[in-house]
Design a protein around this ligand. Structure first.
Ligand SMILES: NC(=O)c1ccc[n+]([C@@H]2O[C@H](COP(=O)([O-])OP(=O)(O)OC[C@H]3O[C@@H](n4cnc5c(N)ncnc54)[C@H](O)[C@@H]3O)[C@@H](O)[C@H]2O)c1
Length: 263
């Protein structure tokens, strides 16, 4: 199936690591121009090179998505380089595995800034041009935690629930301009190789080592398909949702989680 993404320009936030990196690779395989908006300079530049090796144009823009001025500048740079922005993938996210009642306010605020404000800033920054173009697609990475609530992830689940609700409300507001917004919700998606993650990834350090093959097999028992997701599983759904092939789909939430949630 030709997704008709060649020559289109996509911004992928947090494109340096795990799921975001796989999304950049999939768009590159479709010959889209890939803009990586990422605050980890070394990992972002590395993925920009990987995109070029796959035969697509790329641009790395060091960006903290919680900082609105940096986001506005990043969108200006993307537009200056490629003429327009057709697709935004709000992929940045961060979670802490801790009980709400034991978590500090500092951590709550960091999660709300990254998981919700980041999505709001980036979405707002691309909308004016998309309205002018009378076309655009925004795919945000949610989480099954945001659909069902997840133990030890209260604030994160609340933010992802916010991403889902904001997506639906905005889809109603800007649908008349040909702009589509959808959410893709991964379940547990463990990086397959160390080089897939950067130092600022939530998988850096001991996190990845904890998910030994035995630990993954144990976790897989909670999933009807009895396997843990891969970053490519999520990326495949994202490129489809961003493409014209999903041209009549908006305001929807798609779980790519081996059946962990069914709603
Ligand atoms: N991996 C999973 O198990 C899983 C499950 C459900 C949902 N998700 C969601 O999928 C998305 C990607 O997850 P991942 O596992 O690839 O995470 P990751 O931590 O490996 O990658 C996130 C990337 O975003 C970057 N980043 C973080 N904050 C940033 C900021 N303020 N500005 C710019 N860049 C920033 C990091 O440097 C990193 O490269 C997130 O939204 C996450 O909540 C992941």
């Amino acid at each position: 199936m030709d997704l008709n993404l060649a020559g289109k320009t996509v911004i992928v936030t947090g494109g340096g690591s795990n799921i975001g990196r796989a999304i950049c690779h999939r768009f590159a395989e479709e010959k889209a121009n890939v803009v990586i908006a990422e605050w980890d300079e070394s990992q972002g530049s590395k993925v920009a090179e990987e995109v070029k090796k796959l035969g697509a144009a790329s641009l790395f823009v060091k960006t903290d998505v919680t900082n609105n001025n940096e986001v506005v500048e990043m969108v200006k740079k993307a537009t200056a380089r490629f003429g327009q922005v057709d697709i935004l993938v709000n992929n940045v996210g961060w979670a802490v595995d801790q009980l709400f009642m034991e978590e500090t306010r500092e951590k709550w605020e960091k999660m709300i800034a990254i998981d919700f404000w980041g999505m709001i800033n980036c979405t707002r920054a691309v909308l004016d041009r998309m309205v002018e173009q009378k076309k655009g697609a925004i795919v945000s990475i949610g989480s099954d935690a945001g659909r069902m609530g997840e133990y030890r992830e209260a604030i994160y689940a609340g933010c992802k629930g916010g991403v889902i609700a904001l997506t639906k409300a905005l889809a109603r507001e800007v649908g008349r301009f040909g702009i589509r917004l959808n959410v893709v919700c991964p379940g547990l998606t463990v990086p397959q190789e160390k080089e897939a993650v950067g130092e600022k990834s939530l998988w850096s350090g001991e996190m990845m080592d904890m998910f030994t093959p035995e630990a993954q097999a144990k976790a897989a028992k909670a999933y009807p398909l009895r396997k843990i997701g891969k970053a490519d599983d999520v990326a495949n759904a994202v490129v489809f949702m961003a493409s014209d092939r999903a041209g009549h789909i908006t305001g929807q939430t798609l779980s790519v989680s081996g059946g962990y949630t069914m709603m």
